[in-house]
Every structure is written in structure tokens, then in C-alpha cells.
Design a protein around this ligand. Structure first.
Ligand SMILES: C[S@@+](CC[C@H](N)C(=O)[O-])C[C@H]1O[C@@H](n2cnc3c(N)ncnc32)[C@H](O)[C@@H]1O
Length: 271
């Protein structure tokens, strides 16, 4: 990133290593907390430098039941006068059960079972939305949802006649169902391209976006950039094997591979 021009990127969407001891190919995910947070402040300073003044930085980070403070510690390390302002907090929901008005129970997404008497299943991660000023306009309706009762579109002034309302900050985005983890998603901590697509959409610059992902992994954000036909994408990854997977995913990707929200009567599958 140090070689990239200042203010050259509109949008950064990324997910760094979380320091949870995850078994990456090359990167050692076990640092002391102090060392880890100082490293994060270091790359975040570079992100700030390459980001345009009206740019957005979406940071996906999860905790683990035994390290629940990690996302919040990272947030505090990045919200300093020299770095960023927290403008929005999104919850990436991976699995959910809702009850319809008719009393039917619908479960959706991947439910990753854990065996514990202390902790409940962790079904979400954070997506922190940072900007330089805290005042960057977004296109809230670009990732919006349509009204259930269409009569409200005319009745309510704030709809401005549009059949889309802001989706809010809970984003249900399941992983795509796969047959072979090793072949189709050979990385221990990837996010779905659809998560990045949602960030690109609400950022609101459309195809003119320059997108950066400093922790590319197997290229999920590059796939999102391709799906939305955006102007330029830059990614960095220290592991050549992951980079090779990213390249072949891009080459093999077809639009029908874009994950869709799946509703399933039995989502208790292991990720
Ligand atoms: C959480 S994963 C990102 C996964 C990615 N979002 C995806 O969907 O595939 C973090 C990645 O950062 C990479 N990494 C760690 N240190 C790095 C560095 N200094 N520069 C570039 N990549 C790095 C790791 O190898 C790992 O693949």
C-alpha cells in the first residue's frame, strides 16, 4: 500500500486476520494483543492515506466466544483523531431463525454447531464502516428492500415514491452451499462476495468505484468487483497459494455463481 498514490481509492472492503490463532497457510495468527493492535493501526494508517476524503472503509471482523472483546479493541485502536471515525456498524448475520405471523418457523443460512455449556452459537460478525469525517453520504436504498405493503409508498412522504427502503444494519448474507470445502473454498476465514457487493452498492459510486482489499485471501472481494463491473480493483495477499485460488476463482466465475440468500428448512450444516 505504501507504493499507492494518496487518495487514490474510493472504497476499501477487507477482513484482516483476527489474531484468533486461525491456521492460515503463511500468516502466523498468534501475536500478543499489543503487537497485533499496533500492526492494525499501522495498516489502517496506510488505508487512510490511500482513501479519498469522501471514501469509505468497511472492516469485517468477528470475535470468538473466548475472545469477545477483540472486535471492540480493534475498533478503539482505529477510532483515533489520526485515523477514522466510526460512521455505521453493520451486523453480518450468517444464520437466523424467524417466526412468521402465521407461526411458521423459518431458518436460513449456515448454522455452525459448537459444543459448549458456556457459549451460544456465534451467528454474526461485525462490519464497521469507517470514514475520515463521519459525514460521507451513502446510497442507502442501493441495497434496499421493497415495501411489503405497497400502499405505504404513496402514503409516506419519506419514501419519495420509491419502493425501496433502507435495509438497516442487519445484513443476512449466507455462505454459498458447497460440496467440497478444500476444492471450492480452500481458506479458513473467507467472506461471501455478496457481503462486499452490498458495501459497493451502498457506497453509491457504481461502476466508477476504485476498490481496494489489502487482505485478499482467495479473492472474494475481487469476485464482487467483477460481478458489479467496477472500474478498478486492487488486492494484496502474502500467501501465493491463496492468490492462485483467487485467480482461478476469477477465471471460472460466472454470474450465476453469485450467492443468493438461501432459505432452508434444515440449515444445520457445518461450514
Ligand atoms: C481473513 S483473511 C481474508 C479472507 C478474504 N476476505 C477472503 O474472502 O478470501 C486474511 C488474509 O490476510 C492475509 N495476510 C496476512 N498478512 C498479510 C499482509 N501483510 N499482506 C497481505 N495479506 C496478508 C492472510 O494470508 C489471509 O489470507
Amino acid at each position: 500500500m505504501r507504493e499507492m498514490p494518496e487518495a487514490s481509492q474510493d472504497l476499501v472492503v477487507t477482513s484482516p486476520p483476527y489474531n484468533l490463532g486461525i491456521d492460515y497457510g503463511k500468516y502466523d495468527d498468534k501475536r500478543s494483543d499489543t503487537d497485533y493492535l499496533a500492526w492494525c493501526a499501522d495498516w489502517a494508517a496506510e488505508i487512510r492515506r490511500v482513501l479519498a476524503d469522501d471514501g469509505s472503509f468497511f472492516l469485517n471482523v468477528g470475535g470468538s466466544p473466548s475472545s469477545p472483546l477483540l472486535p471492540h479493541q480493534l475498533l478503539l485502536a482505529l477510532c483515533t483523531p489520526d485515523l477514522f471515525v466510526l460512521q455505521n456498524t453493520f451486523h453480518w448475520i450468517k444464520s437466523i431463525t424467524v417466526e412468521t405471523r402465521a407461526g411458521e418457523q423459518i431458518s436460513a443460512g449456515h448454522f455452525k454447531p459448537i459444543n459448549s455449556k458456556r457459549y451460544v452459537n456465534d451467528c454474526h460478525e461485525y462490519v464497521f464502516h469507517f470514514t475520515k469525517s463521519g459525514t460521507v453520504p451513502l446510497d442507502r436504498r442501493a441495497a434496499g428492500v421493497s415495501y411489503v405493503y405497497k400502499c405505504n409508498i404513496k402514503r409516506w412522504k419519506h419514501t419519495e415514491g420509491s419502493d425501496l427502503r433502507c435495509r438497516g444494519n442487519t445484513w443476512f448474507i449466507p455462505y454459498k452451499t458447497i460440496k467440497s470445502r478444500d476444492k471450492q473454498r480452500p481458506h479458513p476465514a473467507s467472506f461471501p462476495p455478496a457481503l462486499v457487493e452490498q458495501c459497493i452498492s451502498i457506497h453509491g459510486k457504481g461502476p466508477d468505484t476504485n476498490l481496494l482489499d489489502p487482505f485478499l485471501g482467495i479473492g472474494s472481494s475481487a469476485l464482487a468487483a467483477k460481478h458489479l463491473d467496477i472500474a478498478s480493483f486492487t488486492g494484496f495477499e502474502i500467501d501465493e497459494d491463496y492468490l492462485a485460488v483467487a485467480q482461478s476463482r476469477l477465471a471460472e466465475d460466472t454470474p450465476k455463481d453469485t450467492p443468493q440468500g438461501e432459505l432452508s428448512p434444515n440449515p444445520d450444516t457445518k461450514d
